[in-house]
Design a protein around this ligand. Sequence first.
Ligand SMILES: NC(=O)C1=CN([C@@H]2O[C@H](COP(=O)(O)OP(=O)(O)OC[C@H]3O[C@@H](n4cnc5c(N)ncnc54)[C@H](OP(=O)(O)O)[C@@H]3O)[C@@H](O)[C@H]2O)[C@@H](O)CC1
Ligand SMILES: [K+]
Length: 335
Amino acid sequence: MDIVTAQEMYERDRVAMEAAGLEGELLMENAGRAVTYDLLRHILPEHKIVVLIGAGNNGGDGFVIARTLLNLGYDVEAWQVVPDTKISGDAEAHKRIFQASGHPYRRMNRSEDLNTSLRQADVCIDAMLGIGAKGRLREPFATIVHLCNEQSVLRLAVDIPTGVPADEGVDDFDAFKAHYTSIIEAPKQSVFLQQTEPFYGKWSVVEIGLPVKCFANHQRRLWEVSDLKRTMPERDAHSHKGSHGKGLILGGSRYMPGSVSMTARAALRSGSGLIAIATDRQAIPSIASFIQEATFVEYEEGGRAPDLSSYDGVAVGMGIGREAAQGGSDRTIGS
Ligand SMILES: NC(=O)C1=CN([C@@H]2O[C@H](COP(=O)(O)OP(=O)(O)OC[C@H]3O[C@@H](n4cnc5c(N)ncnc54)[C@H](OP(=O)(O)O)[C@@H]3O)[C@@H](O)[C@H]2O)[C@@H](O)CC1
Ligand SMILES: [K+]
């Protein structure tokens, strides 16, 4: 699964519209419906739901979600939290469809009114701001996000929690603290970053019909179990350990034997046939008691590294100690 920046997501949108002829309104309908059915896994029929609809296309998704839930018979209050003038383009088109379907919505004039609704709600769906949010939240979003985070309500976010930056490098922000986020098409970078990840809660990705084959090769990917299964080499039933590569792990020291043991264990678990460990002779007994399959090469801290020519892969440095790493061994290997 690709991991994208906001800019890359907009580019994908553009390609979908220009190369595949998918109109923005259709993408928004697909997005809203896919997110609704994803969120329904967390909603019970008796739940009272508040949908918060903001400016921009994330708000447009909100109108589709509110309409779909209402059509399905759920108890929904749709709150438009921005003035009418802020709703335009595809979002405005979906607001019209929402109204034409006979559904009412409320306009937020005072945050106290919304707070009363939130207090009675079981679920709050955040469709206020998406990947277009920039900088610290302005009003009314800052106040609303604060109110939502204070209430004991199930908080579900659409695409990205309001206020969370989509990309890396921003740590000064307030945001909707979601219990669960339904991400549209591809996870954004901030899903994986220390300061932003907690705001997403649990998450999954919904597909909205973008023409994935039209996108350029992408370098940032989430490696999933299906990728692992797809790329794991098939083993010949009659193969032996010598048929599956020979690896050398150079590291560990008398007082730090653990990391090299774990590296060797991981290499063997992931399919390496033969593993040799080059380490301090005094560390060998403790490592050998943890890894019975490995063979050993004595390696003196700061000394010359062993001949690498007979190995298919080498891992260097874990538990080797700073002095040795800064001294001869890395230069020897590099030469
Ligand atoms: N394929 C896809 O990915 C699809 C994506 N879709 C959806 O579109 C979303 C992206 O839409 P988008 O570009 O309209 O951005 P979005 O965040 O909704 O709103 C921008 C608004 O926010 C405002 N604003 C900005 N910063 C602010 C701040 N700090 N504090 C307060 N306000 C702030 C800004 O106001 P301005 O700065 O212009 O005054 C502007 O009005 C995406 O997340 C997904 O949900 C689907 O519908 C279809 C397919
Ligand atoms: K949102």
